[in-house]
Design a protein around this ligand. Structure first.
Ligand SMILES: Nc1nc2c(c(=O)[nH]1)N[C@H]1C(S)=C(S)[C@@H](COP(=O)(O)OP(=O)(O)OC[C@H]3O[C@@H](n4cnc5c(=O)[nH]c(N)nc54)[C@H](O)[C@@H]3O)O[C@H]1N2
Ligand SMILES: Nc1nc2c(c(=O)[nH]1)N[C@H]1C(S)=C(S)[C@@H](COP(=O)(O)OP(=O)(O)OC[C@H]3O[C@@H](n4cnc5c(=O)[nH]c(N)nc54)[C@H](O)[C@@H]3O)O[C@H]1N2
Ligand code: SF4
Ligand SMILES: [Mo]
Length: 703
């Protein structure tokens, strides 16, 4: 069996666990462990293990669908593609190119994300493209760019984590969201290091910690400032490092000094002794790390919050040194690569900026177009969804299910219904695809080749292990066919490697430089970390590839940060409240997140029996004191009401959550949809919605 298996990677989260696929005699494939891949060493969570279930023809779409007489009916590919091209052309002639919206996803391979961004700018000529990564890690990205001049999830490989002295894990629950990663945290503690977890809930991750801080949701910024205040007060600033490797300390110091520990205790609910203990654990060892995930980031002040945690690292000399640093645990399978190659509203491939004239010239040359024809930056994801049916009249959607996953989802659903034309490329009939005028069924991870970039910035190759069923086509093929019908015959190859070769050239010289990475290398090495420039300059006179390959860059910033002067920037930030604080009418805080057995909007995992048995539906997690006040018992249907709407789900009572807060996972549509409630207040820099805090009222739902 072993010899015939194909090594590849999981279709779901940003760990991109290595696995191998073996063909089964009955058809289909079986997942086999691949202990050689250093991130998971063979371990997989239940989602990865059961991922082949979604490949079965009964579960997925195998024919295009078009809306006819109000219903979606099967159609030929010719008919579905012709209709899509016709509608896009009609909308463009009636309203202009910016009436054509495009929405991508961080689960798409680098090749797809690159082709989608190019398709929007070159074929449609629209500025109106963004993607679901805006809901995911845009605040960490913005914070990283401000401070370090560059954003890559982790600036070091995962294998460094067990060797540091202390990890502060802020708003991250890998026990549910990245189970194989827990091993690194166990090893950290076995090696004598300590773990501090910051989460309003005592999660299964928090249970592993030496110290669990449970702040009120939305107060991580104040918490980080309070810790920095204590660092200064206790004389723990690394003055030499600050002088040599940073700028802006005086202003950052001044704002931190305004955040007295007692004041921070009042805002966060974390006691002064706990703050002191955190500072001790963080500052005592030689090296330490801060890792954030969606808890502190999905806030209307997420960028400043990330900045405050980075300030703490900089003041203590814990960035750009061995086994120290700030990192963000990215989320989706290609959450990292998906934000580097141009599906983001303000971006061109190689992490270039769309408003930078030199970047426009470089990419336009690779694309063979006049730089002046490239549109400028467009709207962010929520703003784009909010504009549907007003000045954006059609939407091409690839790799997201916003009916379940967008904030203020009932409003987003209404906006989707108000479109003149909606086309969705998906593997299943998601809740969003069900609203479409045309649904284009696509091939899946195990059936196609392509690269992803995991949370470490490691570029990986997923390999085709299976022949797709009749009736489905690849996303690249769809873009090729649509481009052709819209009059652009060249520039949209269907072979992933050909797209990657072009991506290499487009990214060359950019921040996320992939030009030294080839499919060949990716089959021989366990991934290559960007930046990886082509070793020798390939000039017009000597186009031969250089002999010595660049090794890639597993560890960033050891010599210098990616700013013009090589120094990191402190950002002066101050506490501010959430966009919506509790009041008499809405006295409870709602926060949202994930459970281990479901993935995102659930479009894929809700179709897997084993996962549904483990996590059958939504719930409202609440503290026994709040339950007693409501008169609610375990399992009682609770109505959670916010200014956006009302959701109903059974009570799950646990002393592990703060009594002022309820938690709902967001994986389900319908009555228990958490995003009916959430607040689309946006961070001013990253345009990230405030998924992690809003004010609600909780009551027992009338039967
Ligand atoms: N099983 C599963 N795994 C996944 C995914 C999935 O859907 N399901 N999705 C993937 C993706 S795209 C992502 S982005 C990652 C997300 O991975 P995580 O960030 O680990 O997941 P979340 O559950 O969204 O949030 C983490 C924790 O933040 C806490 N939290 C809530 N509010 C606050 C706050 O104000 N401050 C702090 N400090 N913490 C708070 C929550 O209680 C929760 O335990 O997971 C990836 N892995
Ligand atoms: N309340 C609340 N809401 C949240 C969050 C939260 O913490 N709380 N987290 C946010 C975060 S971090 C994220 S990342 C978003 C994610 O939410 P979504 O963007 O909805 O993500 P998915 O559910 O993964 O949707 C991906 C869709 O694309 C399909 N698909 C998968 N692979 C491919 C492919 O290769 N090609 C095509 N064409 N389709 C494909 C899948 O079947 C699925 O329908 O949710 C956000 N929403
Ligand atoms: S942890 Fe993430 S990458 Fe690994 S098997 Fe689970 S879902 Fe897949
Ligand atoms: Mo995410």
């Amino acid at each position: 069996m072993r010899t015939t298996s194909t090594p590849t990677h999981c279709p779901y989260c940003a760990l991109q666990c290595g696995m191998a696929l073996s063909p089964l005699p009955t058809g289909g494939v079986e997942v086999v462990e691949r202990p050689d891949f250093p991130v998971n060493r063979g371990a997989l969570c239940g989602k990865g293990r059961t991922a082949p279930a979604v490949l079965a023809p009964g579960v997925r779409l195998t024919s295009p669908l078009v809306r006819s007489g109000g219903a979606l009916v099967p159609a030929s590919w010719e008919e579905a593609l012709d209709r899509t091209a016709r509608e896009l052309t009609r909308v463009r002639s009636a309203y202009g190119a910016d009436a054509l919206g495009v929405f991508g996803g961080g689960g798409l391979t680098n090749e797809k994300a690159y082709a989608l961004g190019k398709f929007a700018r070159v074929v449609l000529g629209t500025s109106q493209i963004d993607y679901n990564g805006r809901f995911c890690m845009s605040s960490a990205a913005a914070g990283g760019i401000k401070a370090f001049g560059l954003d890559r999830g982790l600036p070091f490989p995962m294998e460094d984590i067990p060797r540091t002295g202390c990890v502060i894990l802020v708003g991250s629950n890998p026990a549910e969201t990245m189970p194989p990663f827990l091993r690194f945290l166990h090893e950290l503690r076995e090696n004598g290091g300590t773990l501090v977890v910051v989460d309003p809930r005592r999660t299964r991750t928090a249970e592993q910690a030496d110290l669990h801080l449970a702040p009120r949701p939305g107060t991580d910024l104040a918490l980080a400032l309070g810790l920095l205040h204590l660092v200064v007060a206790e004389g723990l600033v690394d003055e030499e490092y600050v002088a040599e490797r940073t700028v802006g300390w005086e202003d950052a110091r001044a704002t931190a000094m305004a955040h007295w520990p007692e004041y921070v205790e009042r805002i966060t609910g974390v006691s002064v002794p706990e703050l002191r203990e955190t500072v001790r654990l963080f500052c005592e060892p030689e090296a330490a790390m801060v890792l954030t995930a969606r808890g502190p980031e999905q806030q209307s002040k997420g960028t400043d919050t990330v900045g405050a945690w980075i300030n703490l690292c900089l003041a203590t000399g814990r960035a750009g040194r061995p086994l120290s640093g700030y990192g963000c645990l990215t989320g989706q399978g290609n959450g990292q690569g998906g934000r580097e190659h141009g599906q983001k509203a303000d971006q061109l491939p190689g992490y270039r900026k769309l408003d930078d004239p030199a970047a426009r010239r470089h990419v336009a040359e690779v694309w063979g177009v006049d730089p002046d024809t490239l549109p400028g930056p467009g709207r962010s994801a929520y703003e784009l969804l909010d504009a549907l049916g007003t000045d954006v009249k059609s939407l091409l959607l690839m790799g997201s299910n916003p009916v379940v996953s967008a904030p203020r989802a009932a409003h987003v659903e209404e906006r989707l219904r108000a479109l003149d034309f909606l086309a969705v490329c998906d593997v299943v009939l998601s809740e969003t695809a069900a609203l479409a005028d045309v649904v284009l069924p696509v091939t899946q991870w195990a059936e196609e080749t392509g690269t992803t970039t995991n949370l470490e910035g490691r570029v990986l190759l997923r390999r085709r292990a299976l022949t797709p069923p009749d009736g489905v086509r690849g996303d690249l093929e769809i873009l090729h066919e649509l481009a052709d019908r819209l009059g652009v015959e060249k520039g949209f190859p269907t072979e992933p490697e050909e797209v990657f070769e072009e991506l290499r050239r487009a990214s060359a010289g950019g921040i996320a430089d992939y030009s030294g990475i080839t499919y060949r290398r990716l089959t021989e090495e366990n991934g290559v970390f960007w930046p990886c420039p082509a070793a020798g300059p390939a000039s017009a006179t000597d186009p031969s590839p250089a002999s010595a390959a660049h090794p890639g860059t597993p560890r960033l910033f050891l010599d210098r940060f990616a700013t013009p002067d090589g120094r990191a920037r402190f950002v002066p930030v101050s506490h501010r409240p959430a966009a919506e604080e509790p009041d008499e009418e809405y006295p409870v805080l709602l926060t949202t997140g994930r459970v281990v057995a479901q993935y995102q909007s659930g479009a894929q995992t809700r179709r897997v029996d084993e996962l549904n048995a483990a996590a059958p539906g939504p719930f409202v997690e609440l503290h026994p004191r709040l339950a007693a006040r409501l008169g609610a018992s375990e399992g009682d249907p609770l109505a959670v009401v916010s200014r956006r709407g009302r959701a109903v789900a059974p009570a799950r009572i646990t002393p592990g959550i703060r009594p002022d807060t309820v938690f709902m996972p967001f994986h389900w549509p319908g009555e228990g949809r958490a995003n009916t409630l959430t607040n689309p207040a946006l961070d001013p820099t990253s345009r990230m919605p405030e998924f992690k805090v809003c004010a609600v009222r909780v009551e027992i739902a009338a039967p």
